[in-house]
Ligand binder design. Structure first.
Ligand SMILES: [Cu+2]
Length: 281
């Protein structure tokens, strides 16, 4: 009995070793490791009243669940530019760098423009996210990611500095294996390391859509990350990483008291960190 158990143990160890070797062989130097940026379900929905205008505020989070870092390098010529109708004095070309398992750049990809944000006093990437309030159900058939019924508010593509803020893992060992990599809004590189998330809290400017006078009812708040496809998240446009950049919450707006109230009643399907690093939706 004892020796049979021992034999079984050896077999198990051998299988695990073979699997580990295969795993290592899979991440070969020279092969691109793509990021996969997914969106947390929007959270912290709240109505803000400001000088007779009403705003829906919300927190959103980008999480990198892919095998590779999202790494964006700014640089080259600095010149004025206009992004979504807003003029900026200092802009530069942003380039995504895809790394291999040893951290070497094996592929580069144009990633839009980065610009110096005068109020924030640091560099931002353009078209990081697009928010909308719609009436149509984004989960039902026939509703594409860009057209979900009547659009109540939206259209602004927001810009941000990209840094590792929240770690999605639980243990110190996980954190040691996946260290924080990007933390400088004014450095050469911005990005999201594997397993890290960047939260845009609802108190941040641009984390809002106007709902002044919107009648009571049920609506959807949708969030599409990377709406201009600046980042490669796989070798092809149909790679899973390119297809999971969209999330939504359904909320009920009620106007019984002096101020409108918002209640979340549903959200897009999610697993793990996507369901909430920053609290319940
Ligand atoms: Cu900023």
């Amino acid at each position: 009995m004892q020796s049979r158990r021992f034999t079984l143990l050896i077999v198990v160890v051998a299988v695990l070793t073979a699997a580990a070797v295969l795993g290592v062989a899979h991440a070969q130097p020279g092969l691109p490791l793509y990021p996969n940026v997914v969106e947390e379900v929007p959270s912290h929905l709240q109505i803000e009243n400001d000088h007779q205008r009403e705003w829906l505020r919300f927190s959103t989070t980008h999480i990198n669940l892919g095998p590779g870092n999202l790494q964006i390098r700014g640089g080259g010529q600095i010149a004025p530019c206009t992004i979504d109708g807003v003029h900026y004095d200092q802009c530069t070309v942003a380039t995504q760098e895809i790394l291999d398992s040893e951290g070497n750049v094996v592929l580069t990809h144009p990633a839009g423009v980065a610009f110096f944000h005068p109020e924030h006093n640091h560099w931002h990437q353009s078209a990081v996210a697009e928010f909308k309030i719609t009436t149509g159900d984004p989960s039902s058939g026939g509703c594409s990611q860009t057209a979900c019924g009547t659009e109540i508010a939206g259209g602004v593509k927001i810009t941000f500095c990209f840094v590792d803020v929240v770690f999605t893992g639980a243990t110190g060992r996980e954190k040691k294996a996946l260290p924080r990599r990007y933390f400088e809004c004014n450095g050469e590189l911005q990005g999201l390391a594997v397993g890290w998330a960047d939260e845009y809290h609802q108190s941040t400017p641009l984390q809002e859509l106007e709902v002044t006078g919107l009648p009571s009812g049920d609506y959807y708040l949708t969030h599409e990350a990377d709406p201009e496809d600046h980042w490669l998240e796989g070798p092809s446009p149909s790679s899973p990483g390119e297809l999971d950049n969209f999330t939504w919450v359904k909320f009920r707006l009620s106007r019984q008291g002096a101020n409108p109230e918002v209640t979340v009643i549903d959200h897009s399907p999610c697993t793990g960190a996507q369901c909430g690093l920053s609290g319940n939706p």
